[in-house]
Write a protein that binds this ligand. Structure first.
Ligand code: HSE
Length: 368
């Protein structure tokens, strides 16, 4: 396998190093805008040098961002090259174009590192759905948010200080709002649901609330009630309908999610045969992420393409009612009052996210 590698940042360098030690694949060209010189590959600054090179059969996209990653991946598929990417925003945003295109061209398109970094989550979903009906996917999918919430909970630190630490450690995306506002998790759960349930979820019907407004006093409230706050994604298949959302969630101390430390991920599916299966590991970082890119390359060599066939469009119905912790201007009747906050009576996910849009300074968390 001859690989054209797009990007030589955190993940790209890792892919170059791991493939360099293998006999079955080699990176022959690297697209990198900086001046670099590599012992085993040619560094190029123009993507066309990869696109028009007929000896390159597979493109690895490790640039991140939507543009020009989308244009390059699309052109690579049009030109008959297999594609492996770690870019969840790309695959989620352009799912309806890239997946049918790869199918039409009979090409291999994989993105295991896009969800869960080093966890083989999407590959496991591919295996799981072969022998059972999956009814739910989701969990802790963003290392930066977990790092912030874990440090606030265990060490009593405040939000801004821990976010700065996460940026220094390289967990956070270039624009950390992608992490803390839940967008990264939103991309990951939509992609997971598409594969698990064989659908193409309408993204506009999946609401997302992040952790930007959490304060140390909220964490004190949670501790006083034996609860731990995590950013949790949920997607359910309810017969012929689906629900999907991302939101801060209060889990009981002692639950597996409550114990997830630092920047780790814990992702779970429920299947009608296997029941609950959870996957824990490093959700980000050079070598964990590059590891799964190389796993995909091995799968491409073995003839494996995308995890599930492209499915029909589906909208999420989030009428499910939950109780919520709300710190903000909640004027409806509450079930309980906590220090400076309330616990609501049951309110639907749709209704609570709509309220949050009108009250953007509030902090909400669903109570499990
Ligand atoms: N910023 C992401 C995270 C990187 O913190 O999980 C991996 O997708």
């Amino acid at each position: 396998m001859n690989i054209g590698l797009l990007g030589f940042g955190v993940v790209g360098r890792g892919v170059y190093e791991i493939t360099g030690a293998r006999a079955d694949m080699q990176v022959t060209k690297v697209l990198c805008l900086e001046d670099i010189s590599l012992p085993d590959a040619q560094a190029v600054k123009n993507f066309d040098e990869i696109l028009n090179d007929d000896t390159i059969d597979t493109v690895v996209e490790a640039m991140g961002g939507l543009h020009p990653a989308y244009e390059f991946v699309r052109a690579a598929l049009e030109a008959g090259k297999n594609v492996v990417t770690s870019n969840k925003a790309l695959v989620c945003t352009f799912y309806d174009e890239l997946l049918p295109l790869a199918e039409r061209k009979g090409l291999k398109f994989r993105s295991t590192a896009a969800v869960g970094g080093g966890i083989g989550w999407l590959s496991e979903l591919e295996r799981a759905r072969r022998v059972q009906k999956l009814t739910q996917v989701g969990g802790i999918m963003n290392g930066t948010c977990n790092y912030i919430l874990d440090n606030m909970t265990r060490l009593g630190l405040n939000y801004d200080d821990v976010l700065k630490q996460a940026q220094k450690l390289g967990y956070a995306e270039a624009n950390p709002s992608t992490d803390v506002d839940g967008i990264d998790t939103w991309h990951k759960v939509i992609l997971s649901a598409n594969i698990a349930f064989g659908i193409s979820l309408d993204k506009q019907t999946v609401p997302v609330a992040g952790i930007r407004n959490i304060q140390a006093k909220d964490v004190e409230n949670f501790k006083a009630h034996g609860l731990v706050c995590k950013l949790i994604s949920t997607a359910k298949c309810l017969g012929d309908t689906y629900s999907a959302y991302v939101q801060p969630t209060l889990v009981k101390e002692g639950e597996p999610e409550a114990a997830v430390p630092m920047n780790y991920n814990l992702i779970t599916f429920l299947g009608d045969t296997s029941e609950r299966m959870s996957f824990f590991g490093q959700g980000a970082g050079r070598y964990p992420t590059a590891y799964n890119v190389v796993q995909d390359l091995v799968d491409v060599l073995a003839g494996k393409g995308f995890y599930a066939p492209y499915g029909t469009k589906a909208a999420a119905d989030n009428s499910e009612k939950l109780t919520w912790y709300v710190r903000g201007n909640w004027t409806e009747e509450a079930a309980e009052t906590w220090d400076g906050a309330v616990v609501t009576k049951p309110v639907s996910v749709t209704q609570m996210h709509a309220w949050l849009k009108e009250n953007p300074d509030a902090f909400i968390a669903a109570i499990c």
